[in-house]
Design a protein around this ligand. Structure first.
Ligand code: DAK
Length: 261
């Protein structure tokens, strides 16, 4: 199963598990994650959720580029809808979700972490929205949630350059609240989640929803724009070039001055 589940101290630990592809998000994994999140939220013995990645290298290296390589704009939009639905689900659950980011959190992986209520990271974690480097743009909420979690300038720098930031830089910009040595991360994340789980479930859930309102305004319009724009990227030659170059392990050659395929 691409998502493993266990319960520790009233905390459901959900582990993204496709280690050979650095836990890249496939359609199957997204569907599995959706199911696991709903089950954990319904379980009366669970008061908080920890989301992490299998292995010591990656939380999640983003959406599965293999799946996107030949995608049409329509298929890309469907994939975007699925990613958005899981991110919205996390944000809307009564049960708080802690992301334990144990390595690369790139693209959709960073966006997944951003949808969680609290993020803690290992000292080897790397956060990035590298989509422009493969000819597309963030499509699972990153254009909105990264700015809300950090600042508009920091978010634009990350998104427009595609540069990945280390854990200490992520900490200094508020992208994570704590950084731990890799071998302590999961225990510390479960401790944090267990301290939430010991609280009064109704009040904790209600407080989470109210805190979400502090993010400022209704995201529906920008999220719809993001899905459409992400899909449009799949009508460009730069998208094919960027994703092919990734698999061919070479630098992409993007067209200067615009692109139409
Ligand atoms: N997808 C598929 N396979 C991936 C992958 C990915 N995102 N990331 C890594 N892998 C695979 C590699 O192809 C490689 O497979 P093999 O060659 O061993 O078969 C294996 O994982 C190990 O990766 P590397 O050999 O590259 O390992 P390195 O240590 O050299 O580099 C890396 C690690 C994380 C820096 C590198 O793998 C990397 O740059 N990965 C890609 C990161 C990335 O660009 N992620 C963003 C993907 S785009 C949508 C909206 C949003 C999205 C999708 C849809 N809609 C609106 C439709 C999201 C988009 C993204 O997330």
């Amino acid at each position: 199963m691409p998502v493993q589940q266990e319960v520790r101290d009233a905390v459901a630990v959900l582990t993204l598990s496709r280690p050979k592809a650095l836990n890249a998000m496939s359609v199957e994994m997204l569907n599995d994650l959706d199911t696991a999140l709903r089950e954990a939220d319904r379980d009366p013995n669970v008061g908080a959720i920890v989301l992490t990645g299998d292995g010591e290298k990656a939380f999640c290296a983003g959406a599965d580029i293999g799946h996107m390589l030949e995608a049409t704009a329509q298929e890309a939009r469907t994939f975007a809808e699925l990613g958005h639905a899981v991110a919205d689900l996390i944000e809307g659950l009564d049960t708080p979700v802690v992301a334990a980011v144990n390595g690369f959190a790139l693209g959709g992986g960073c966006e997944l972490a951003l949808a969680c209520d609290v993020r803690v990271a290992s000292d080897n974690a790397r956060f990035g929205q590298p989509e422009v480097s493969i000819g597309v743009l963030p499509g699972w909420g990153g254009t909105q949630r990264l700015a809300r979690a950090t600042s508009i300038g920091f978010a634009k720098e990350m998104i427009l350059t595609g540069r990945a930031v280390k854990a200490d830089e992520a900490l200094s910009f508020g992208l994570v609240t704590h950084v731990y040595p890799q071998d302590e991360l999961l225990d510390r994340a479960v401790e944090l989640a267990a301290s939430i789980a010991r609280g009064p479930a109704w009040a904790v859930g209600a407080a989470k929803h109210l805190c979400n309102l502090a993010l400022g305004g209704d995201s529906t319009v920008p999220f719809e724009r993001e899905k459409d724009t992400f899909a449009l990227a799949f009508t460009t030659a730069d998208q094919r070039e960027g994703m092919s170059a990734f698999f061919e392990k070479r630098a992409p050659e993007f067209k200067r001055g615009g692109d139409a395929s």
